[in-house]
Design a protein around this ligand. Structure first.
Ligand SMILES: [Zn+2]
Length: 174
């Protein structure tokens, strides 16, 4: 849904919103409502701009993620995954992560360097994809969202406490 100004009706929920800590439900029907949600999520992601977005982040507890398959390239290469699952992960990589739902913060997280992910596309076609490096990190980050996990849940409790303190200060100012 677009408002008169052409801006989006969906808003990005930010930490500590409880929707980000909640497990999303599997999608049973890829219906018209879901197609609308997918289009809106892609729109929100590219406008942010971000390279990936999970439905929890727009307040919808459905197992849907969208991301850009070539985040480093110009142009758009959008991918939609419904009920995504990591079926294989190998090797580890340290990556500086940030999140549209965790304002003004980034931190290194250890992830698997290569993953194999299955799921469905928006036309109900099964998807089986392999990814590495930034794309593998992105997939793990977005699928984490569907399980109510944020990247800050993977950092040390000390670093997380520092972020909470910073956030509290930011919220007092605004
Ligand atoms: Zn995120």
């Amino acid at each position: 849904m677009l408002t008169e100004e052409g801006t989006h009706s969906l808003k990005i929920h930010t930490y500590p919103d409880p929707v980000l800590k909640t497990q999303a439900d599997p999608v049973r029907n890829i219906d018209e409502g879901l197609q609308v949600l997918i289009d809106e999520m892609l729109d929100v992601m590219y406008k942010a701009p971000g390279i990936g977005l999970a439905a929890n982040q727009v307040g919808e507890l459905k197992r849907v993620i969208v991301f850009d398959k070539s985040p480093r390239d110009e142009g758009r290469d959008p991918v939609v995954l419904i009920n995504p699952e990591i079926v294989l992960g190998e090797a580890s990589i340290r990556w500086e992560e940030a999140c549209l739902s965790v304002i003004d913060f980034s931190a290194e997280v250890v992830r698997q360097r290569q993953v194999k992910v299955t799921g469905y596309d928006r036309n109900e076609k099964p998807v089986d994809m392999e990814a590495e490096d930034i794309l593998a990190v992105c997939l793990q980050h977005e699928i984490d969202h569907l399980n109510g996990t944020l990247f800050i849940d993977h950092i040390s409790s000390l670093k997380r406490a520092l972020y909470k303190k910073k956030l509290k200060k930011m919220m007092q100012k605004s």
